[in-house]
Design a protein around this ligand. Structure first.
Ligand SMILES: O=C1O[C@H](COP(=O)(O)O)[C@@H](O)[C@H](O)[C@H]1O
Length: 257
């Protein structure tokens, strides 16, 4: 069984999406400053989907001017195996809504190789992560896993995170850092995804859930003890890091009061 999460430790509820985006921008800005002071770089992992819209305030004054974007290194927790100009591409979404509005060097934005099929793209992305460790950009955890400074996660209405879906065999993966999936229940079916051990090795994991369609799963994550694998979002609790859920009132349900 996966333990239910304690809302008093791990949940921040906001009145609306605007307030949530402001709180999130402030939090990310502080994590960025601390990481840059400690090691001269900030490694951030993006999700696709609605999470990206919650980053708008990061790219606006006053926060945008407080961040040293030249030290950011951007990765993806999952990506669809489509070309970068495809409407389904998470890179495209992040580029259009966020990356094009800030000054992160292009060489520090690590999108997947969209010329490869899902299997080859997963191998390629795992090698890229290993290279980032060798060059000193990325830390490693005590278990020898990549340790990102911040992983930003969304959650689907079915409780999936990244491209790790309820009761899918990939939930059990413990060896690889990045896997391909060719039968994603949510289209498009071909994707790559970081695995649970990598996500749980991060220094900080921030979930963003907004809207009533997420309320049922937020209630389950914080209110029920479920068999492992049934609710991937409940399986995220960094071994040696911080976890916080940013939720708006509609997603918070009983926890928003
Ligand atoms: O397919 C995906 O879905 C999840 C959740 O998306 P949302 O729009 O419901 O927030 C997303 O986090 C993931 O990166 C994406 O590939």
């Amino acid at each position: 069984m996966a333990p239910k999460l304690d809302p008093s430790l791990h949940l921040k509820a906001f009145d609306d999406g605007g307030k949530l985006a402001e709180g999130l921008a402030d939090h990310i800005s502080k994590l960025s400053a601390a990481s840059i002071e400690r090691k001269g770089a900030f490694t951030v992992v993006l999700s696709g989907g609605s999470l990206v819209s919650a980053l708008t305030k990061l790219a606006q004054a006053p926060v945008v001017d407080q961040i040293d974007w030249s030290r950011w290194h951007v990765f993806w927790v999952d990506e669809r195996a489509v070309r970068k100009d495809d409407p389904d591409s998470s890179y495209k979404l992040a580029h259009d809504l966020f990356l094009s509005k800030v000054t992160i060097p292009v060489s520090q934005v690590y999108s997947i190789n969209d010329a490869l099929d899902a299997d080859a793209a997963a191998d390629d992305y795992q090698a890229l992560i290993a290279h980032s460790i060798q060059t000193g950009i990325l830390d490693t955890s005590q278990q020898g896993l990549p340790r990102f400074d911040l992983i930003l996660l969304g959650m689907g209405p079915d409780g999936h995170i990244a491209s790790l879906f309820p009761n899918h065999p990939l939930i059990q993966e413990r060896q690889r850092w990045v896997c391909s999936i060719t039968d994603s229940p949510k289209p498009p079916p071909q994707r790559i995804t970081m695995t649970l051990p990598v996500i749980n090795a991060a220094a900080n994991v921030v979930f963003v859930a907004s809207g009533a369609s997420k309320a049922e799963m937020v209630a389950r994550v914080f209110g029920e003890e479920l068999p492992a694998g049934e609710l991937p979002a409940q399986m995220i609790l960094p071994l040696d890091g911080n976890l916080v859920w940013y939720v708006d009132r509609a997603a918070a349900g009983q926890y928003g009061r």
